[in-house]
Design a protein around this ligand. Structure first.
Ligand SMILES: [Zn+2]
Length: 250
């Protein structure tokens, strides 16, 4: 029996017809790169066992202020691996290379979209590759993690990752840019998120076009609103869509 390629052709056609592409991605994009998902029930359980508290407590402003050593132990374990961009990251970079105006809005902090070659990435929760001194505001890269324990600036101040922790506000400017990109998008592709948390869920409402594509392993509360829904790996969906584009000779 031949597999039904129709939805992938439709997705390919939508991509072809769109100039302004917005991809809104969640944790599912990073897990395809082999990053550990500390948000999964198993991950939360393991974290609580190994560190004495669940991840959302460790990744909180309160924990950073009271026990930065524990914070950095977790941070190093989860965010400093040698993860590489996966097929979804590469597919978006490829669309940009082909002249599309691609905006990536991501809930992830791993910097893998930039590593893959995407140039316009809005990181809602900041980046695990950028740091700053809380006293003098000097900026640092991941090299500061070579220091044992809690990294410190030469001024003596504690260095903090440029990541939005639980208990901290998201960057309003980044949110505004994300909303305006979504509102002006020809196609909105949502990948690897169940859209269960704010502000992610509310972002979808700013899209008024007719090319809303949702790619997530599990069903989302917005599937009924989408023009195309795939319950499978994001990498697979992009691969199959690109196959259709190549077959069409474009
Ligand atoms: Zn300093």
């Amino acid at each position: 029996m031949e597999a039904n390629t129709e939805p992938y052709s439709q997705f390919a056609h939508m991509l072809q017809q769109s100039e302004k592409i917005v991809f809104f991605g969640g944790a599912g994009v990073s897990t395809e790169s082999g990053l550990k998902d500390y948000r999964s029930p198993d991950g939360i359980y393991r974290t609580a066992q190994n560190y004495g508290m669940p991840p959302e407590e460790i990744l909180s402003r309160g924990c950073f202020d009271t026990d930065p050593a524990l914070f950095y132990r977790f941070f190093r374990d989860y965010f400093t691996g040698q993860a590489q961009p996966c097929r979804a990251h590469k597919a978006l970079a490829l669309l940009e290379q082909h002249g599309k105006q691609v905006t990536v809005v991501t809930q992830n902090i791993d910097g893998l979209h930039q590593k893959a070659g995407s140039s316009y990435v809005l990181e809602l929760h900041g980046s695990s590759n950028e740091f700053f001194c809380r006293s003098c505001r000097k900026r640092f890269g991941t090299e500061c993690l070579a220091q044992p324990g809690v990294p410190r600036c030469s001024c003596g101040g504690i260095i903090k990752p440029k990541v939005t922790l639980y208990g901290e506000m998201l960057d309003e400017q980044v949110i505004d840019r994300a909303i305006s990109a979504i509102a002006g998008a020809d196609i909105l592709i949502i990948g690897g998120t169940s859209l269960a948390v704010q502000p992610a869920a509310s972002f979808v409402r700013y899209y008024s076009g007719s090319r809303l594509v949702i790619i997530n392993k599990e069903a989302t509360g917005y599937d009924a609103n989408a023009n195309l829904v795939f319950h499978e790996s994001i990498g697979d969906v992009f691969d199959k869509a690109f196959e259709q584009l190549n077959r069409a000779g474009t």
